[in-house]
Design a protein around this ligand. Structure first.
Ligand code: GUN
Ligand code: ZN
Length: 426
């Protein structure tokens, strides 16, 4: 395979925008990314790289903007077909829409069909890595990973474990959750670009025995991530208090069972107590902000200032989230921060949807930025994908003003091209 030289506007992440501000991201209007065997070899100015690599096969994206492929740090691929279901809040939404749909995944063919559809949808939206929950069925994990592997995608997932407060047919046991998850770790973790995540759904659907069993499994596989939900809705927190009367708070229901650590990834985390924030920061756990979900099912306004103290990724939370698009997700994150009194810069929004999510998933040494040595997962954005966006971007004085209309109003039409490990897709 010859080297591939991909040309366009580029944003290179020289420094973390949390410390360096927007200047941490370097814009070049005629940039280039040199790709070989699935990896980024060199980045820089187009003219210089063309001269240095005359044999490279050139793809010129003109004025389109090359950014890292988006990284969705929390999603539920089995909820693809029930996205945008009307009128419920979390617990009712789970019982009315989610659990009946997840039951359908005892049919392996259905799981394979939805996994394929799901990856089509996220790739069309520029997402090249996702961390997904599967269902309780081990074969739903197989379907997800088989599809990701066939597409050579970097992807993460785990069997969702539940042994109470879920319908018959959607419950495992403490022992079977441990055994099945352990088998799936052996089968998929570290195979190619795939990682297994230990996945208790949330405290209300696991007995203390099941949480302990999964805590024990995590202790045996500390290099695995552990993902779960935390403090998403006020009613849910009250329910957790009833179910775990001895716990200091919601986080304690995980910590007491070995499910709090530096490789823990906690979705939502909206209504945290000060003790929970201190403890999460102390152990170095990550949070995931799911803004379209938090508005759609009425959960609350995540505090992005928490990102000063710990890693925070960004995610769709499909299908509690109302979109497959990380552009739409960035827009919702912007709106929520505005409602809390501060404006997130487009540099921070983009960084969080790429490098920030990669960092939350402990993958920032492989994906999430355009740097030599990184895997060549790229997204090429058309900054004038609709007439409304084009007329606003035409007035822009700098790259941030040019990008922001696409963040706020863009959708899959803005995705001009995706590269997965250097291969063009779509
Ligand atoms: N809490 C427990 N399960 C879920 C889920 O599937 N989606 C969301 N948004 N919250 C949850
Ligand atoms: Zn979720």
């Amino acid at each position: 395979m010859p080297d591939r030289l991909i040309l366009g506007q580029c944003l290179f992440y020289d420094a973390d925008p949390r410390q360096a501000g927007p200047d941490g991201l370097r814009h070049t209007s005629r940039g280039a990314v040199l790709v070989r065997a699935g990896q980024i070899i060199e980045t820089g100015e187009a003219d210089a790289l063309r001269a240095a690599h005359p044999q490279a096969e050139i793809t010129d994206h003109g004025d389109a903007l090359i950014v890292p492929g988006f990284v969705d740090a929390h999603a539920h691929y089995p909820q693809t077909a029930i996205i945008a279901s009307w009128g419920k809040r979390l617990i009712d939404w789970l019982n009315t829409y989610t659990f009946p749909e997840e039951m359908r995944f005892d049919d392996d063919a259905y799981a394979a069909e939805i996994a394929s559809l799901y990856f089509d949808l996220i790739l069309a939206n520029g997402t090249t890595t996702v961390a997904s929950y599967a269902t309780i069925h081990p074969a739903s994990v197989d379907a997800f990973f088989a599809e990701a592997k066939a597409r050579n995608l970097r992807a993460l997932a785990g069997k969702t474990c539940m042994d109470r407060n879920a319908p018959k047919g959607l419950r495992d046991t403490a022992q079977s959750a441990y055994d099945d998850s352990k088998d799936l770790v052996a089968k998929w973790h570290g195979i190619g670009r795939l990682s297994y995540i230990i996945t208790p759904r949330f405290s209300p659907t696991s007995t203390p025995d099941q949480l302990s069993a999964l805590g024990a499994l995590w202790a045996e596989h500390p290099d695995c991530l552990m993902q779960t939900h935390l403090s998403e809705q006020v009613d849910e927190i009250a329910w957790v208090r009833d179910l775990f009367p001895d716990a200091r708070d919601y986080l304690d229901t995980y910590e007491a069972h070995g499910l709090l650590g530096a490789n823990g990834v906690f979705g939502h985390a909206i209504h945290l107590e000060p003790r929970e924030v201190d403890r999460l920061a102390e152990v170095g756990a990550a949070l995931v902000h799911c803004p379209t979900s938090n508005t759609f099912i009425g959960s609350g306004l995540f505090d992005m200032k928490l990102a000063d103290r710990m890693r925070v990724g960004l995610a769709t939370d499909t299908g509690g989230g109302s979109s497959f698009s990380m552009l739409r997700t960035m827009a919702a994150a912007y709106e929520i921060a505005q409602l809390r009194g501060h404006a997130l810069h487009p540099a921070e929004l983009l960084w969080r949807a790429t490098a920030g999510s990669a960092e939350a998933l402990r993958l920032d040494d492989r994906i999430g930025s355009l740097k030599p040595g990184m895997e060549a997962d790229l997204c090429v954005l058309d900054l004038a994908s609709t007439p409304a966006i084009a007329q606003r971007a035409a007035r822009a004085d700098d790259i941030w003003e040019a990008l922001f209309p696409t963040i706020m109003m863009g959708d899959d039409r803005a995705i001009a091209q995706v590269y997965v490990a250097g291969d063009p897709r779509g």
